[in-house]
Design a protein around this ligand. Structure first.
Ligand code: PMP
Length: 408
């Protein structure tokens, strides 16, 4: 991407146009371009009615917008059918849906559930709940200090006893991409299903659920420039068909009598109550925006910025970056510690220099314990960040120890 092209894209984002802050917390949530905000506004201004209910034109317009958004998501994931795309509130809700509707019904006391120790709490606690309630055993895949999952570890933990494997495609701490092909092959060989947390990967790489053969995929709209409050669950149709509803009430039924209920067909069986149609429309606009730029361009820009940041951080002997050597293996995520400076102080000092980064346990406390550190700092880059912003970040990191009174 040329500098001019990148600045043109950056100009699409109202917050980036208005704010002086170098926003480097994209793994927590990204910024939204005008087209996403406009799409949501247009829905409310021109087609607002309760989708799937009103038998009048406006209601049908709203239903059509919502269905078109689902089709955009289907194409984005290359799912076979729209029935396999469930709209939720976020990745966390998608993962809980699978835990409650699949896990509690299909997993038993003889089974094992395998999760990586690096999982975000959202892809760990639901499985711990399933293990507790079904009597199944939870097994952790131990990652190396730089975040990789060795083949021997996968082969040792994924066995004939495994009923379900839940892993993130990209870790929110290391930014490393897990070998999903290998994990899915191995799990299927042993008769287990795979739940892939794509919260961090969906904004950065194409996902083809049919090529992967993955059983369930969860992601949030807000990390890929869509609105907050809309998320996606992909599930193989044959699995979703067999699962009972997660939530019940309006919209998810076909027929209800005093003592009987039949459920609506997929995907509506899993979308109880009034849906977030404007959110879905906004998410579809974000997907269109992202895919129009093109993955190759996005990736090249992200790698160039990450490389620049990594080199700058590595030139400071008191800074320790966690994760892979190569910029290509960070997905824009740079998690680090600074000798003698608490991550909360790092974040506060950077904030004073108008640089926004994340500090804390990143909703991955078992991983922090595994790494032997209570918390870390994390800068996360997206294609719309600039070299000037990364330089400002590096200058602020270079000043940290002096500001904390360590001298040079
Ligand atoms: N999984 C991963 C890897 C994440 O990074 C996050 C968000 N930090 C989540 C799940 C949960 O996403 P949400 O809060 O949007 O549900």
């Amino acid at each position: 991407m040329t500098q001019q092209e990148m600045m043109n894209y950056r100009a699409d984002f109202p917050l980036l146009r208005e704010s002086k802050v170098a926003y480097l917390d994209n793994a927590a949530t990204s910024q939204r371009p005008d087209c996403v905000l406009d799409a949501q506004r247009k829905f409310y201004e021109t087609h607002n009615a309760n989708p799937l209910r009103g038998l009048y034109q406006l209601g049908m317009d709203a239903t059509e917008d919502y269905a078109a958004a689902r089709e955009t998501v289907r194409r984005f994931l290359n799912a076979k059918s729209d029935s396999e795309i469930i709209f939720t509130r976020n990745a966390t809700e998608s993962l809980n849906l699978v835990a409650y509707s699949y896990g509690l019904h299909r997993i038993g006391p003889e089974d094992e559930i395998v999760v990586s120790i690096a999982e975000h709490h959202s892809n760990m606690l639901p499985w711990r709940m399933v293990a507790r309630q079904t009597g199944a055993t939870l097994r952790y895949l131990e990652c190396t200090p730089d975040g990789s999952l060795p083949m021997a570890e996968l082969e040792a933990k994924i066995t004939d006893k495994t009923a379900l494997v839940a892993v993130a495609q990209v870790s929110n701490v290391f930014g490393r991409t897990n070998p999903m092909d290998t994990i899915i092959d191995l799990a299927h060989k042993h008769g287990a299903v795979v739940v892939m947390d794509a919260a961090q990967s969906a904004p950065h790489m194409p996902i083809d659920v049919q090529a992967l053969g993955v059983d369930f995929v969860a992601f949030s709209g807000h990390k890929l420039m869509g609105p907050m409050g809309i998320g996606v669950l992909y599930g193989k149709e044959e699995l979703l068909e067999e699962m009972p509803p997660f939530l019940s009430g309006g919209e998810m039924i076909e027929y209800v009598t005093r003592d009987k209920v039949t459920y609506a067909p997929l995907p509506h069986k899993f979308e109880a109550g009034t849906v977030n149609a404007a959110g879905a429309v906004g998410l579809a606009a974000a997907i269109d925006y992202l895919t129009a730029i093109g993955w190759d361009k996005l990736h090249a820009q992200e790698v160039a910025l990450t490389d620049f940041a990594l080199q700058g951080l590595r030139a400071m002997p008191y800074v320790h970056v966690i994760g892979a050597e190569k910029a290509e293996e960070h997905c824009g995520i740079l998690t680090f510690t600074v000798d003698g400076v608490h991550p909360h102080d790092i974040s506060a000092i950077l904030d004073a220099a108008d640089v926004a980064i994340r500090a804390g346990h990143h909703c991955a406390q078992p991983l922090m314990q595994h790494l032997g550190t209570p918390s870390t700092a994390r800068a996360s880059l997206f294609f719309y960040n600039t070299e000037e912003e990364v330089q400002r970040f590096l200058d602020a990191v270079a000043s940290l120890r002096r500001q904390m009174g360590y001298g040079e």
